[in-house]
Write a protein that binds this ligand. Structure first.
Ligand SMILES: [Cu+2]
Length: 106
C-alpha cells in the first residue's frame, strides 16, 4: 500500500469515529408483567431511551411534568431522544401502578 492510500484509510477511520457523538448512548427499559425495569435509570441529554413492551397489552411512558408521552403498543419497542435535563417521574396511563424515574443530566 502506498503512503497516500494509507493516509486516506487513516483519515476515513478518524472521521468515522468523530461522526458518532461520544456521549450518545441508548438506555433500555423493559415493561413486562406490569413492571417497569429498571425503575430508576440515568441518562444525558442527547441519549436515547428505548422502551421495550413485552406485554400483550399497551402501555405508555407518560412524564408527570408533561414533557413527553410515549405510546407503547403490545410487543413493541419505541425510542425517544432526550432533549431536556431533569428528574422525570413517569407512569403508564393505563396502569398507574407502573411508575419509574428517569434522571437526565445536561
Ligand atoms: Cu401499562
Amino acid at each position: 500500500m502506498r503512503t497516500g492510500q494509507y493516509a486516506a484509510v487513516v483519515t476515513a477511520l478518524i472521521f468515522g469515529v468523530i461522526a458518532v457523538p461520544a456521549h450518545a448512548a441508548t438506555v433500555k427499559v423493559v415493561m413486562e408483567n406490569l413492571v417497569v425495569s429498571p425503575a430508576e435509570v440515568s441518562a444525558k441529554v442527547g441519549d436515547t431511551v428505548e422502551w421495550i413492551n413485552k406485554d400483550v397489552f399497551a402501555h405508555t411512558a407518560t412524564a408527570r411534568n408533561g414533557d413527553w408521552e410515549v405510546n407503547l403498543p403490545p410487543k413493541n419497542t419505541v425510542t425517544l431522544v432526550l432533549k431536556k435535563a431533569g428528574t422525570i417521574e413517569y407512569y403508564c396511563r393505563f396502569h398507574p401502578n407502573m411508575k419509574a424515574t428517569l434522571t437526565i443530566a445536561p
